[in-house]
Write a protein that binds this ligand. Structure first.
Ligand code: ZN
Length: 139
């Protein structure tokens, strides 16, 4: 099967309101935004609360542990990744759910509810360069 290459389209985060999120990944921190009005935590970070539409958002660091909420195995993967790729939705201790891939366990080795920790790796992006991002590591 021929797989189409994804064209480079890495956004210029230097000019976005969530530049701090991308900068924090370099320091192995995972940031979200928290609404100062209603307390909702937003991930990915947002400049306006999706619950009460307030623009009074502040940065908050997410917990480093969670549990597998759902997972699957990808055999057709983005450019720069090697199949099979185990990806998961993880629910953190504060209820926020994240999507990324599991670096140290195959599909057969995972179960819903397994505990994972957030780790950080340089991964390939669509600009064919490596950038820091968060991944999951089974404990
Ligand atoms: Zn709010």
């Amino acid at each position: 099967m021929k797989i189409m290459e994804v064209p480079p389209r890495y956004p210029n985060f230097e000019q976005t309101a969530i530049k701090k999120f991308w900068d924090s990944l370099k320091e192995k921190k995972l940031l979200a935004t928290k609404c100062s009005e209603c307390g909702k935590i937003e991930f990915p970070p947002k400049i306006v609360c999706t619950s009460c539409y307030s623009d009074k958002m502040e940065w908050t660091e997410l917990p480093k542990r969670g549990r597998i909420y759902s997972f699957t195995e990808m055999h057709v993967v983005p450019t720069g990744f090697k199949p099979p790729l185990t990806v998961a939705v993880v629910e953190l201790e504060n209820g926020v759910r994240l999507f990324s891939y599991v670096v140290n366990a195959r599909f057969e080795e995972l179960n819903v509810g397994d505990e994972v920790e957030i780790d950080f790796q340089e991964i390939n992006w669509y600009d064919y360069k490596k950038h820091p991002y968060f991944v999951f590591r089974k404990i």
